[in-house]
Design a protein around this ligand. Structure first.
Ligand code: NDP
Length: 452
């Protein structure tokens, strides 16, 4: 049987673009890709990249006050949201162009429209064109999930936050995960009065308890009103903005209400269930370690599979798929010991097991230090850094590393190499410190603070 292409990729985000580029550019496959929105997907267009640029923007007031403490005659100015938003948009347009250029260089045919699957080897574009391929890759990612409640339409999500017409003076953020906590810090840093409402007992569930407590304390100390154990009963338009009623009785008006209550895979109407691919509880596509679905010609990578929902994982999944299927070089994208960072202020970086998870597996020793870093302490800053290692008492392996600090995202990337290599506490100990740094604490932690 002959096909129009060797591979048809649905979705031009991190996973889909990498798979298409490697399959076509390195393995000579004939590849087409459909994207219904802007090329680059969530990470580039409405996620990691614009978020990180907003993190940078929000750090300016701290830089100014620190500069003053270091003797500079620096003064905070006014944040001009339309100016920043325009520059942000220009940067995203540049990046989108770079993604398109990469695909063009690799020889990938791009269709700027939605595609759905109609049979194991055929997709249909929104304009009705049908295209056949030996393999189909589902890389459609995810989208924000907002629960049903009265006044739901008044809330925005992370999709809209980058396009707000005006910068809001008062913001309610709902949720306690990555996005909610990051945007609480970003919008507060840019000058908004921020309330964060979270239904659980402590934000950043899933991270090490001590580390999440450390971040929450620092956020509160900066003036973010984190209200745990609260839910929104409803939103209504008021003369003064959007009136939010919280279960703790804290009723007040906001200019923007941002829901960051998780994300769900983009599989609605994609045509998978009629083909016999059963979707998971969140709508995810079940796959094996190679990303293959129950239909041998259809694969899926990235957030649409709802496993480790992070850009670098989707990129690896896409690369492994392309090498395995088109390069005769089979390998499996390893989802174990994936480090991640939450770009709160201070940042939280983590790799491996939390203290709570490690304790379930056997005896452990916990090494930790909390201190005011030199740079901020000189400037009168109150934020404390946390460096923490969770060590297996039997094998001495470092099972988890948790860092709360400025640039913790950068630090954890390096610590993750050691943890992934199976480093022991003694390996850390025999590494000579780089002085004076914050990270040197990781190699000078002498005595366990706890054994469990
Ligand atoms: P998360 O899964 O991190 O957090 C969702 C939050 O919403 C949780 O606090 C959850 O509460 C809460 N929640 C879920 N359902 C409801 C509900 N019905 N009512 C009220 N609250 C609810 O999702 P995010 O949206 O923050 O981020 C999505 C994913 O994107 C992340 O999991 C991560 O994989 C990725 N991401 C990664 C980033 C990074 O690497 N820096 C940055 C941003 C996103 P509970 O804890 O009680 O379940």
């Amino acid at each position: 049987m002959t096909f129009d292409h060797d591979l048809f990729v649905i979705g031009g985000g991190s996973g889909g673009v990498r798979a298409a580029r490697i399959a076509a550019g390195e393995h000579g496959a004939s590849v087409a890709l459909a994207e219904q929105s802007r090329m680059g997907g969530t990470c580039v267009i409405r996620g990691c990249v614009p978020k990180k640029l907003m993190v940078f923007a929000s750090s300016a007031p701290d830089a100014v006050s620190e500069a003053r403490a270091y003797g500079w005659d620096a003064r905070p100015g006014r944040f001009d949201w339309p100016v920043f938003r325009g520059r942000l948009e220009a940067e995203l347009t540049r990046l989108e162009g770079a993604y398109r250029a990469t695909l063009a260089r690799a020889g990938v045919t791009v269709h700027d429209q939605r595609a759905v699957v109609v049979d194991p080897h055929t997709v249909e574009l929104a304009d009705g064109t049908r295209i056949t391929a030996r393999h189909i890759l589902i890389a459609t990612g995810g989208r924000p999930f907002v629960p049903d409640f009265p006044g739901r339409d008044l809330a925005i999500t992370s999709n809209e936050v980058f396009h707000m017409p005006e910068f809001p003076a008062r913001v309610l953020i709902v949720g306690g995960g990555y996005i909610a906590s990051e945007f609480a810090c970003i919008l507060h840093g840019l000058g908004a009065d921020v309330v964060q409402s979270y239904r659980g007992a402590q934000i950043l569930r899933g991270f090490d308890d001590e580390a999440r407590g450390h971040v929450a304390n620092a956020m509160r100390a900066r003036g973010i009103d984190i209200r745990c154990g609260t839910s929104v009963m409803g939103l209504e338009r008021s003369t003064d903005g959007i009136l939010a009623r919280l279960t703790d009785g804290h009723d007040r008006s906001y200019d923007v209400v941002l829901y960051a209550t998780g994300r769900v895979p983009n599989t609605a109407g994609l045509g998978l269930e009629p083909l016999g691919i059963p979707l998971g509880r969140n709508g995810q596509v079940p796959v094996d370690v190679h990303g293959q679905t129950v239909i041998p010609s259809i694969f899926a990578v990235g957030d649409v599979t709802d496993r480790v929902n992070l850009t670098p994982v989707a990129i690896r999944d896409g690369h492994a798929f392309a090498d395995t299927v088109f390069g005769a070089r089979p390998w499996v994208s390893d989802h174990d010991l994936v480090a991640s960072a939450v770009f709160t202020r201070p940042e939280l970086g983590a790799v491996g097991l939390t203290e709570e998870q490690a304790r379930e597996q056997g005896p452990i020793e916990v090494y930790a230090a909390a201190f005011r870093p030199m740079r901020q302490a000189f400037a009168g800053g109150e934020d404390r850094v946390l460096m923490k290692l969770v060590v297996c008492a039997d094998t001495r392996r470092v099972l988890g590393c948790h860092i709360v600090a400025p640039e913790a995202g950068e630090l954890i990337q390096l610590a993750a190499i050691a943890v992934k290599m199976g480093a022991t506490k003694e390996d850390f100990d025999r590494t000579v410190a780089v002085h004076p740094t914050m990270a040197e604490e990781l190699v000078t932690l002498r005595h366990p603070v706890r054994k469990a």
